[in-house]
Ligand binder design. Structure first.
Ligand code: 13P
Ligand code: ZN
Length: 270
């Protein structure tokens, strides 16, 4: 059996959450990440025996048998690299999503993030659209969060503003961002609402809270959030100033054509 600390998925997960912390996106225990793993890639590192079973409090039948590396609830991203086994866990979904079988981690008796509903429901929703989706990431980037206090929360308006802030935004997230109004976090309801919004965009803003992103791997997902957060930063730098120039819709269209991406339908003016 190989040492799980040397597994590519483990080293990349630890590096990514450390980087998220270093970006200031994950104060205290803020943020959570889940990565879907193939059982075949785990077998080299784990005997797959169940350490304990943890009820999830919701169903996700399409994910039965799927394995996920998930950050622990209450755990600080800044500490993950010093003790991955305490701060992370690997679970196998069973019982139509109602039970998480712990295969590794949460070594202090802890459990998966309180946002597991939003994570697993989003995985299920995205896999229907992109079978290559593996990652769901949540964090609290300051500029996107601040923007939800002063900008319309209409998804189209919010997306258009971000697209106008940096030339490459429409290329990186042509599907735009969807925006949820404030909702109580850690609940099945916010999980269901997030997953519904994940059907049309890979970024979902939680107003006055943070953002969810998803993608095929950690780099892609991190890069999506990083790009949207940079755009929000530009917006906050200029929001109080007269705007003399912008990226016009005709220019956004040129970008989409040149880089061969399909902008979210109806989000550009004719
Ligand atoms: P957890 O510590 O349970 O992952 O919660 C952090 C968070 O960001 C809640 O939205
Ligand atoms: Zn949060």
């Amino acid at each position: 059996m190989k040492d799980i600390m040397t597994a590519p998925f483990m080293t990349e997960a630890v590096r990514t959450v450390t980087n998220m912390y270093n970006h200031g996106w994950d104060e205290r225990n803020g943020g959570n990440v889940s990565i879907m793993l193939d059982e075949s890639e785990l077998r080299d590192y784990l005997d797959m025996s169940v350490i304990r079973e943890i009820p999830t409090g919701f169903g996700a039948p399409s994910l039965d048998g799927r394995c996920f590396l998930v950050t622990g609830t209450g755990k600080y991203f800044k500490n993950v690299r010093y003790d991955p086994e305490r701060n992370l866990g690997i679970i196998r979904v069973s019982d139509s999503g109602r039970t998480a079988q712990l295969l590794w981690g949460y070594s202090d008796g802890g459990k998966f993030t309180s946002e597991l509903p939003a994570h697993l429901m989003s995985h299920a929703a995205r896999l229907e659209i992109n079978p290559a989706n593996r990652v769901v990431m949540h964090c609290h980037p300051a500029n996107l969060l601040a923007m939800t206090y002063i900008h319309s929360l209409d998804s189209r308006e919010f997306t258009r503003t971000l697209w106008q802030m940096c030339t490459e935004c429409i290329v990186v997230f042509p599907d735009g961002v969807n925006v949820l109004p404030w909702m109580l976090c850690g609940t099945n309801e916010i999980g269901e609402a997030t997953a519904e919004m994940m059907k049309t965009a890979r970024l979902v803003v939680w107003s006055q809270h943070g953002i969810y992103g998803c993608g095929a791997d950690l780099d892609e997902t991190f890069g999506l959030i990083e790009t949207a957060e940079k755009a929000a930063e530009i917006y906050l730098k200029i929001a109080h100033l007269p705007r003399l120039n912008t990226i016009k819709d005709s220019e956004l269209r040129q970008l989409a054509e040149h880089f061969n991406v399909e902008p979210r339908r109806g989000y550009l003016d004719d």
